[in-house]
Design a protein around this ligand. Structure first.
Ligand code: FE2
Length: 379
């Protein structure tokens, strides 16, 4: 069934009716800005060639018709005619219910608790099959973490993990850093400290959005790695204490690191970060690098702290964490804007040696999109 188009009396918008998508309205200014012709969009790189100021403020639709190649629209006062494929308009429609629950998550994000099994991929398969690489990166995008097994037991091998999808983010800790504690076998009283689940480096702005932790030795007893979905913890707080959720999202916390010479990193960002339309986009949670909170009004500070405590209780809840012990040559990636990582205490003989590095999610998501498009084209 072909679709039909009508234009409102002033030419301010048109309405496309089609059996599949129902009625979709598009404004004249929106259509003109998004014209797909080569004078508006560069044919090679797809970048827009005009600015908003190049479009007359009184732009209206003087004619619109559905033809074989899609919707043809003529704009006044320019007298310019362009065409849009119907499928393109349907894919970019904005005339839909835009209401979201506060703390909603983007399409494709799945939140989880301790019942989630850790997604695990084989080094050889990831580095030789673009399909497996797509699935591996897809799990990091969807769940915020994934393991990689059977990698080389070599110093610096973690850089190779980052190179599979993007670039290492070098920081004051170097291109990568050591997470190593020798357990003294002559002193059984010594206990490796556990670390509460946290996101790394909240004192940076922007934070490193991915972390890779790569195991080279792990013969100590204990020392399991634990990951916790910060988005699920935030959802639990929202459902249990909406006012507390709004406080943690609505006021900036402060984070700071000045533990080594020549470094003084400071940030002023919320523990729960929302987009302007309420989407959950980031968690910052780290007791060791929290600075005094000074941006919360006096009459809200007690409730802010109560919400902070409650969020911490959800994060510490054993029903939330997924634990696994890394063997040499195994690693995992975490989305550091969402998934927290923790370490159980460890004791006894043996040693634990991990290397860590940071990378960023934009490169990972870009590689994932390219691999997904290639795969779609092949199918
Ligand atoms: Fe950490």
């Amino acid at each position: 069934m072909p679709c039909t188009v009508t234009v409102d009396a002033n030419g301010a918008f048109l309405t496309l009716s089609d059996n599949m998508a129902g009625e979709l309205r598009f404004h004249a200014i929106w259509l003109r800005d998004n014209a797909l012709d080569p004078k508006t969009r560069a044919p090679g790189n797809g970048q827009r060639l005009i600015t908003i100021g190049d479009i007359p403020a009184d732009t209206s639709i003087s004619n619109a018709a559905v033809e074989a190649d899609g919707l043809t629209v003529t704009f006044a006062p320019e007298g310019k005619t362009v065409s849009f494929p119907i499928a393109w308009l349907e894919a970019h429609a904005y005339d839909r219910n835009q209401h979201h629950e506060l703390g909603w998550t983007a399409e494709g994000i799945e939140t989880w608790d301790a019942t989630q099994s850790a997604p695990s991929y084989d080094w050889e398969a990831v580095t030789t099959s673009s399909l497996t690489k797509r699935d591996w990166l897809g799990d990091v995008a969807r769940l915020g973490f994934a393991k990689l097994t059977n990698g080389p037991v070599e110093e610096g091998a973690l850089l190779n993990v980052a190179e599979q999808f993007g670039f290492v983010r070098e920081t004051n800790y170097g291109r990568f850093f050591e997470v190593r504690t020798e357990v003294n076998p002559t002193n059984l009283a010594y206990t490796g400290l556990g670390l509460q689940a946290h996101t790394d480096n909240p004192y940076r702005d922007p934070v490193p959005s991915l972390q890779i932790l790569y195991c080279l030795e792990n013969s100590a007893e204990g020392g399991d790695s634990i990951v916790v979905d910060g988005f699920r913890a935030a959802e639990r707080l929202r459902d249990a204490n909406p006012e507390g959720f709004a406080l943690l999202a609505g006021y900036p916390a402060r984070f700071e690191y000045k533990g080594s010479d020549g470094v003084c990193l400071q940030s002023r960002r919320p523990m729960i970060e929302l987009s302007p339309d309420g989407q959950l986009i980031g968690i910052r949670f780290n007791n060791r690098s929290s600075a005094p909170f000074v941006d919360i009004p006096f009459d809200k500070m007690a409730a802010y702290y109560a919400a902070y405590r409650q969020l911490g209780e959800f994060i510490d809840d054993p029903a939330m964490g997924v634990a696994f012990k890394l063997e040499p040559g195994e690693s995992f990636i975490v989305d550091n804007t969402r998934v927290m990582h923790a370490r159980n205490g460890y004791s006894g003989e043996g040693s634990r040696w991990l290397q860590g590095c940071y990378a960023d999610k934009d490169g990972l998501l870009s590689t994932l999109a390219v691999l997904s498009n290639l795969q779609d084209a092949a199918e």
